[in-house]
Every structure is written in structure tokens, then in C-alpha cells.
Design a protein around this ligand. Structure first.
Ligand SMILES: [Zn+2]
Length: 207
């Protein structure tokens, strides 16, 4: 049944893209594409490893690791979601590497903007980057981008720097201007792309 096989592979390719461009689509990604009971991401990873679906493995590893250690090796996992020692080892090593990258690079992005050009918007706290107002705002932004990923990672997700304040969109760091946020957005977009390129390496998938 080659037609069915290629159709299934097409669906998998959409949800577990091989290229960075595939991530940008508004299509659902990961285990949410399966109809009926949504499988545990580890189950999907196990299946892809068994079936040698090499092209989908970086994304499948990412989907399994982004929920953190408990999801990778918790006591209450369904049987099919238990990872083999080899896969578990790769997943944990990858999670640690991604988490480190996420924390360090986001920190640098927000707390250490290119010092040579201070923000030109007169009332933006970033004009005094080490002042208390700027630091408080930076901390809130940093927490929003990486803090809520807890022990996992959401480094491939597009961060939300704005929140709805009574119908008006405002930066999650009080007072930070649009051009500073724009700089963070483009910096984080580059980070996502860089991290995507590193996934095979990070999860030990390069033979
Ligand atoms: Zn600014």
C-alpha cells in the first residue's frame, strides 16, 4: 500500500518537520496531530526510533524533552512511553544542553544588549540598562520567555513579549519600548534557528 504509506509519511512530516521552515507553519505540531487518544510524546519517539524515521527524530526528541525530566522518566508513564536506556540517555543529554542554551542565550539577549547603541526612545527604561526599572523589566521578560518552561524547555517556541492589559497590548516588562522588544524578537528568532540546526547533534543523532 504505497499510497497510504506516503500519505502517512506526509502527515508525519508536517507535524515533525525536517526543516526549520516547517516549524513556522500554523499547522499543529507533534503528538496533537494524532486522532483519538493523544499519545505521550515518548510513545511517538519510541515508534519513530523503531521505524527508523530518521528525518522526524530531531523534532520527536524535542517534543519529548520539552516537558522536562518527569515526562521523560517518571514513575507513572504508560508502558509504551517508557524509553530504552539509550534513548533516555540521549534525551536527557539533549534536554540539559537545550536548557543551558535557553537560559544563557536568553539572558544575554535581554540583559546585555549591544551597549554601543542605547535605546533612542526617551522614556524606555533600557536607556539606563543597569537601573532598577530596567532590571525589574528585564527580569519579568526573562521569566516570561524561559521561566515557565520549568524543568523542560520551550526554546523552539516563539516567545510572547506582550500581554493584554485591559484591551491594550503592553510589553510584559513595564515601559519597555517596541524597538527593544523588536530587537529581542529578532534575536530570539535567530536563536530558534540556531538551536534547530543543533538538534541532531544535541540528541546524538549524528552518526
Ligand atoms: Zn527601548
Amino acid at each position: 500500500m504505497p499510497a497510504i504509506r506516503s500519505q502517512i509519511l506526509e502527515v508525519v512530516r508536517d507535524a515533525y518537520p525536517e526543516t526549520f521552515e516547517g516549524l513556522g507553519s500554523s499547522k499543529p505540531l507533534g503528538e496533537s496531530i494524532f486522532s483519538g487518544r493523544t499519545p505521550h510524546p515518548n510513545e511517538v519517539l519510541n515508534l519513530f526510533v523503531q521505524q527508523k524515521l530518521t528525518s522526524a527524530l530531531p523534532m520527536a526528541y524535542y517534543m519529548a524533552t520539552r516537558r522536562g525530566l518527569n515526562s521523560l522518566m517518571g514513575k507513572h508513564l504508560p508502558r509504551d512511553a517508557t524509553l530504552s536506556p539509550e534513548v533516555l540517555q540521549s534525551a536527557i543529554a539533549g534536554l540539559i544542553a537545550l536548557r543551558e542554551l535557553e537560559l544563557n542565550e536568553t539572558h544575554d539577549l535581554i540583559f546585555e544588549p549591544d551597549g554601543s547603541r542605547p535605546c533612542s526612545i526617551s522614556n524606555c527604561p533600557s536607556r539606563t540598562p543597569t537601573g532598577p526599572a530596567a532590571l525589574a523589566a528585564y527580569h519579568r521578560v526573562f521569566d516570561r520567555v524561559v521561566g515557565s518552561s520549568q524543568s523542560g524547555t520551550k526554546i523552539l517556541q516563539v516567545p510572547e513579549f506582550y500581554e493584554d492589559c485591559g484591551g491594550e497590548l503592553q510589553c510584559v516588562g513595564p515601559g519597555i519600548c517596541g524597538s527593544c522588544v523588536g530587537r529581542w524578537e529578532s534575536g530570539h528568532a535567530e536563536l530558534r534557528k540556531k538551536v534547530w540546526g543543533m538538534l541532531p547533534d544535541v540528541f546524538g543523532l549524528k552518526g
